[in-house]
Design a protein. Structure first.
Length: 401
């Protein structure tokens, strides 16, 4: 079987996903198209050789409907030959796109693909696509479905993470992102421009340099009223009767920020890279998904990571750097403790708590960040993983070339 190489990855800056965010005037098609155009310009890319664009996008309605991958491909100037497909594996969509593209290349079905994701959360609100999982009582009730924030607090309660624990983790996420920004470590990032070519955002807008543990401690829990008044705490306890109650520890400061953003990676065979004169940056060694209890929901990164490590014949200690999506602080903390991973290997430049989680794009953003950091630290192996709605987890192992 052929190898699948990642030749490069680019991402946009991330803007706050609300009406005051810098990117609210930029459509998701524009975000994805700017990534495609940046990749072409950076490498003087012969776009005739690019066969398909695979983009993750969670809320596929309104600005993000009608197959946004093909829409962006059409707008990119790559040529009418370029196809596009949009997929949805919830928060894992951007990494799923990379994994699917890699599988196409490894099988020999394709030689050169672009994979990534996009989400404009200021323009298309989370959950605006509806869906039976939470909206249809005949599905939600027997599935013990609860919102993700309640699931995060359920994990904290079940495994003994305190409010101080999660706030401390969130503080360090912000400080690591601040340090990375000052050191100009985000080399795969591009400034977002408007239709006139004027830069509208040249940094990740959510990073807060003035964050302190004390300021985080003053924030009210985001999911307490929802859990108690909405009945979701009772649903969680019905599924986990050993718990007397839910300790609500998560809030806006220790959960992933809602943001806009896009990212892509160029993935191809050895022959495709040679034809373009490109040097590969990483090899995709393996990928896996794994399903867990949909009520506690956010525990999937551990079994998915264990599955892919077994697949490639490695152990957790063999991985030099990890990117574990910070959907909520407790998610990477649980995986860290489950797999005995040193903290200095995890999210070296901060994560979604500081910089945000544009749902469909995050997996690809994390991949680009990981490759950059492996090169900067002169290390070899990395693992990207995300928790996913419905109890899923996804993980991918790469090796630097």
């Amino acid at each position: 079987m052929a190898e699948a190489y990642i030749y490069d990855a680019v991402r946009t800056t991330r803007g706050r996903g609300n009406k005051k965010g810098a990117l609210i005037g930029i459509t998701p098609t524009q975000l994805a198209t700017q990534c495609l155009q940046e990749l072409r310009a950076k490498h003087d890319l012969n776009t005739d050789l690019v066969e398909d664009v695979i983009l993750g996008c969670v809320s596929q309605v309104m600005d993000q409907g009608a197959n946004i991958a093909k829409t962006a491909a059409q707008q990119s100037g790559y040529g009418d030959h370029l196809c596009g497909v949009t997929l949805n594996r919830f928060c894992g969509s951007g990494l799923e796109a990379i994994n699917q593209a890699s599988a196409y290349v490894k099988s020999g079905f394709s030689q050169l693909l672009i994979a990534g994701g996009v989400e404009s959360m200021s323009r298309v609100k989370m959950g605006s696509d509806g869906g039976a999982m939470l909206m249809d009582p005949s599905v939600a009730m027997p599935g013990h479905a609860i919102p993700q924030g309640i699931s995060a607090d359920l994990i904290a309660t079940k495994y003994g993470y305190s409010r101080a624990d999660v706030d401390e983790f969130a503080y360090h996420s912000q400080m690591k992102a601040v340090a990375a920004e000052k050191d100009n470590r985000f080399t795969s990032r591009l400034d977002v421009k408007d239709v006139n070519g004027i830069t509208v955002l040249d940094r990740d807008e959510n990073v807060r340099e003035n964050t302190t543990v004390e300021s985080l401690g003053g924030l009210q829990p985001s999911f307490a009223i929802m859990g108690e008044m909405g009945g979701f705490d009772a649903v969680a306890i019905d599924r986990y009767p050993e718990l007397e109650g839910i300790n609500h520890v998560h809030h806006a400061g220790n959960s992933s920020a809602i943001v806009d953003g896009a990212a892509i990676a160029l993935i191809g065979s050895k022959e495709a890279g040679e034809a373009l004169g490109l040097k590969p940056r990483a090899i995709v060694k393996g990928a896996a998904v794994y399903g867990t209890d949909p009520t506690i929901m956010l525990t999937g990164p551990t079994p998915a990571s264990e599955k892919v490590l077994k697949q490639v014949g490695m152990s957790a200690s063999d991985i030099d750097l990890y990117e574990i999506n910070e959907a909520f602080a407790v998610v990477p903390m649980l995986m860290r403790d489950n797999m005995n991973i040193p903290m200095e290997k995890i999210n070296f430049n901060g994560g979604a708590i500081a910089m945000g989680h544009p749902l469909g794009a995050t997996g690809c953003i994390l991949m680009g960040t990981l490759i950059d950091e492996l090169e900067r630290q002169d290390k070899q192996t990395g693992l990207v993983t995300l928790c996913i709605g419905g109890g899923m987890g996804i993980a991918t192992v790469i090796e630097r070339v």
